[in-house]
Design a protein around this ligand. Structure first.
Ligand code: TXA
Ligand code: MG
Length: 348
């Protein structure tokens, strides 16, 4: 299959492009669409055959449900049944963080096909801030089911070029709006009641909406707290599979203050935070790539993380990737989550 790439600049009038992409989706086709977090592989969420194709193209196991993307928060009401006792908190979260990199897992209405939710009674909903994903959803008039546009378990794509490398030849259309501004997948929250019956959320995946940002808006339950027996039986979000977001090469996490002892005959590439750590000063690296050169800004590191992991993976001189541990505050939590999973052995 020939994969067409259409450039799209959200600052211009893009209605023609949105209409064309929506026509491909309405016809059951798949379109890679940018969001502020990562590129998504979009399908019409109500077309079961199209959604099945998403799983096939990604080699994604069917137990791993998809996120539905909406043009606005109002539209979500037609697809979900939020319990009355959680409605205020859901409205507050929506007002605060949508459009934006937050996904809410909510009880679904039957109109959402089973294949989207892997049979779960809930559906993951997001109103992205990226104008292109919202524009296409608006043009389609239905939610767009979209996982990250990579092969299952690989590094998420933060540019159209990365999508092309992952899925080129397998999908008809990629919308190219350049690099993603957040660079890490959305924060996933599941509203629920705590032990005292008060509204709270469970943090299913760390992301750009950090625990710090949630403070004062809602209570974040500690893992395991407030779970019902039925919820215990649910499969985990695979963002929670131990090995995920993985480069093809082995990746080792290392404390930047500790000395690394290289194995003889192995070529190591270093992903460093700022570039000035004792670890970066060692002379055993065939390649060194900083995430936030000089300044050490977590937001800059987050935007670059997946692109740098990809570049290391593609660098033929590098056999093993070493990544510095990052400070676990704010966005650092989500980045360390991704790096830990990337460093877990396949199959774990
Ligand atoms: O930023 C993002 O969230 C990107 C962009 C494209 O929106 N999407 C994304 O999708 O990262 P994906 O499929 O790579 O990850 C979605 C995660 C999975 O870990 C999945 O298990 C979880 O969302 N998920 C989806 N529906 C769920 C549900 N009903 N209950 C619990 N977890 C769910
Ligand atoms: Mg993914």
């Amino acid at each position: 299959m020939q994969t067409r790439v259409m450039e799209v600049d959200p600052l211009e009038d893009c209605r023609k492009v949105y209409k064309e992409a929506a026509a491909v989706l309405a016809d059951g086709g798949l379109v890679a669409i940018p969001t502020e977090t990562v590129y998504g592989l979009g399908a019409d969420a109500l077309n079961t055959a199209a959604v099945a194709e998403v799983f096939a193209v990604k080699d994604r196991p069917s137990f791993d449900p998809l996120i539905c993307h909406f043009a606005n928060a109002k539209g979500i009401k037609d697809y979900t049944d939020v319990p009355a006792e959680l409605q205020d908190m859901v409205d507050k979260l929506a007002k605060e963080f949508w459009p934006g990199p937050m996904t809410l897992v909510l009880p679904r209405k039957p109109i959402i096909p089973d294949i989207v939710t892997s049979g779960l009674p809930t559906v993951a909903c997001r109103v992205p801030s990226h104008e292109v994903m919202r524009g296409v959803a608006r043009a389609l008039g239905r939610p767009i089911a979209a996982p990250s546009a990579n092969k299952f378990g690989h590094i998420s794509p933060t540019s159209a070029g990365a999508v092309m490398k992952e899925l080129g030849g397998a999908i008809p259309l990629i919308l190219d709006a350049g690099a993603c501004s957040e660079g890490l997948e959305s924060t996933i929250l599941m509203p629920c009641l705590d032990e005292k019956g008060k509204p709270a959320v469970r943090l299913l995946r760390e992301g750009p909406i950090t625990r710090e940002k949630l403070r004062g808006i809602c209570r974040v339950l500690k893992p395991g707290k407030g779970k019902t027996a039925a919820e215990e039986a649910l499969p985990n979000a695979p963002g929670q599979l131990k090995s995920h977001y993985a480069p093809c090469k082995p990746l080792i996490l290392w404390n930047p203050k500790e000395e690394f002892t290289p194995q003889e005959g192995v070529a190591y590439g270093l992903i460093t935070y700022e570039g000035d750590s004792p670890l970066a000063a060692q002379d055993c690296w065939v390649e060194t790539m900083p995430l936030s050169p000089g300044s050490g800004r977590l937001a800059e590191a987050a935007v670059r993380l997946f692109a740098v992991m990809r570049a290391m993976d593609e660098n033929e001189a590098v056999q093993v990737i070493v990544a510095e541990e990052l400070p676990e505050t704010g966005l650092g939590c989500a980045m360390m989550d991704r790096l830990r999973r990337a460093s877990a052995k396949r199959g774990e």
